[in-house]
Design a protein around this ligand. Structure first.
Ligand SMILES: NC(=O)NCCC(=O)O
Ligand SMILES: [Zn+2]
Ligand SMILES: [Zn+2]
Length: 467
């Protein structure tokens, strides 16, 4: 079935222009004025931006974590993502204990297959490397088309890897042409601070933030940067929250190091005081690294504007407040870490960024889609509006206002961290490979129609597209 999107303003990472788009067999086949094609369905995009579908490079769906499992699975998570303008997610495949990495990938395929409303790929999540897992990596990454793996410098009881493993991961990634994503916090020192706080009798959610100071994110970020540099590898720092980490990233990029950075909507818009609310309310805002004092936000916006940070991930990792968050009612260190952000990533970034004049519409498209496509090997199949690209397209109304609420969101959680916020701008219709998933704000997609996207490893660091 052919479709022509007409009357809208096409927005990419570099341009904004009036044009029609002809879609055929899931691809963009023509961009121009006054297009026509026999039998084509005409989609009127008057008053809307026509932009590439969002690529969310950081989600955790149906993931066991902190002695429980996230509340959004592949069904609810990908429907919510689609409502929010996201057409591809990259989710983290987690191996449990001694499990082989290939078994984890198989498990993740089983979770996603038949359940995803949008396209998807995987990152590998690796703990301490063993000779067995190390031996598996090259073939696994190549066969599965996985170009990225995440290593944790925190969460000692679950995933924290030694510096030696981190360094090995960088060397392997360099040889294969993959990128290592690193959770940069000094987990060992955090554990000590947590013990101290608990011994002093502190139980409240705010101690989650107070025991994970920004300096420990800055220190770990610097360590990861230097280890990646010595190994000659690319580094992607996930969920950057603070000036201390930013300073290290900016310094490294100025020296020409291959370092990329991601931040997430809450770090740009919410602050540490959310955890200090009376009672247990602050548990809704417990994730890692934690929310910081407000002044960090300006540094993050400036870094985005200056392209020192490249992407916005949701870090979707949802736990209901009246459900799993209650595991930490008497002990802040037992509150499952994570929040629900897959659905409002577009709205928050557009409303707080573009509508308030902090970033341009081109910056927005770059951060929400294009940069992630380039860094993780999806570009130009995805991440742009161009002839030959997948017709993953969002019709975005920049003028509409709506109130965010758990009563109307589509995530499988009983709260929204932005409850009551009025935002400007909303995805109205969303197409994945030319098929509607959201049509005039209604879900019309098919669970299971989302396809697994294989990516291609780039053999050398210098071959990669710089963003
Ligand atoms: N961010 C968070 O608190 N939960 C998800 C796991 C991670 O990305 O560290
Ligand atoms: Zn993390
Ligand atoms: Zn995460």
């Amino acid at each position: 079935m052919k479709k022509i999107i007409t009357g809208g303003l096409v927005a990419t990472a570099s341009d904004v222009y009036e044009a029609d788009i002809l879609i055929e067999n899931g691809k963009i086949v023509q961009i121009g004025t006054d297009l026509s094609a026999e039998g084509a369905e005409i989609i009127d995009a008057t008053g809307k931006y026509v932009m590439p579908g969002g690529i969310d490079p950081h989600t955790h769906l149906d993931m066991p974590f902190n002695n429980t499992v996230t509340d959004d699975d592949w069904k609810s998570g990908t429907i919510a993502a689609a409502f929010g303008g996201t057409t591809t997610i990259l989710d983290f495949c987690l191996s449990a204990g001694e499990e082989k990495l290939s078994a984890a990938v198989e498990k993740w395929h089983a979770k996603a297959n038949g359940n995803s409303a949008i396209d998807y790929g995987f990152h590998l999540m690796i703990g301490e490397l063993t000779p067995e897992t190390e031996a598996e990596l090259p073939l696994l990454l190549e066969q599965e088309g996985i170009t990225s793996m995440k290593v944790f410098m925190a969460y000692a009881k679950e995933f924290q890897a030694s510096d030696r493993t981190l360094f090995k991961a960088f060397k392997i990634a360099k040889d294969l042409g993959a990128i290592v994503m690193v959770h940069c916090e000094n987990g060992s020192v955090i554990d000590e601070l947590v013990e101290e706080a608990k011994c002093a009798g502190h139980t409240e959610p705010i101690y989650h933030a107070l025991t994970r100071p920004a300096e420990l994110e800055g220190e770990a970020t610097k360590r990861a940067i230097e280890l990646a540099h010595i190994a000659g590898a690319k580094l992607y720092v996930v969920h950057v929250t603070c000036k201390e980490a930013l300073d290290e990233i900016i310094m490294a990029r100025e020296k020409g190091y291959d370092v990329y950075g991601e931040t997430c909507p809450p770090y740009l818009t919410l602050d540490q005081s959310a955890l200090a609310q009376p009672g247990f309310e602050g548990a809704k805002y417990v994730w890692s690294p934690p929310l910081r004092p407000k002044y960090h936000q300006e540094h993050l916006w400036n870094a985005l504007k200056a392209k020192q940070l490249q992407t916005i991930g949701s870090d979707q990792c949802s736990f209901s407040f009246n459900g799993k968050k209650q595991l930490g009612i008497n002990d802040f260190s037992k509150i499952p870490n994570g929040g629900p952000f897959i659905e409002d990533r577009f709205s928050i970034l557009f409303s707080e960024g573009v509508a308030k004049g902090k970033i341009s519409i081109n910056d927005f498209v770059d951060m929400i889609s294009t940069s992630a496509a380039k860094i993780f090997g999806l570009y130009p199949q995805k991440g742009t509006i161009a002839i030959g690209s997948d017709a993953d397209i969002v019709l975005f109304d920049p003028s509409v206002k709506r109130e965010i609420s758990a009563n109307t969101h589509h995530m499988n959680v009983d709260y929204n961290a932005y409850e009551g916020w009025e935002v400007t701008g909303e995805p109205v219709s969303v197409l994945v490979r030319g098929e509607y998933v959201i049509k005039n704000k209604e879900f019309v997609g098919v669970l299971g129609s989302g396809q697994y996207v294989k990516r291609v490893l780039k053999p050398t660091v210098t071959d990669t597209i710089k963003v």
